[in-house]
Design a protein around this ligand. Structure first.
Ligand SMILES: [Zn+2]
Length: 67
């Protein structure tokens, strides 16, 4: 007792706070293998698909300007 309480629920996008679909809920993770914990995608489980796309576009744009 006295340990941190984990909040189980949907994973939310770090950018728009929208619910990320495709990331299983925490209480289901035990049944899944490690590789299925996260969406197999860059920023998976961190940003939603829309923001992931935007972030990658932005990154590419910046990289082209820098090079
Ligand atoms: Zn988002």
């Amino acid at each position: 007792m006295g340990k941190e309480v984990k909040v189980y629920g949907f994973v939310r996008c770090a950018n728009c706070k929208g619910i990320i679909h495709g990331v299983p809920r925490a209480h289901k993770l035990r049944k899944l293998s490690l590789s299925k914990k996260r969406v197999e995608r860059i920023y998976g489980g961190y940003l939603c698909s829309k923001c992931t796309r935007e972030t990658i576009k932005e990154k590419i744009r910046k990289e082209f300007k820098l090079v």
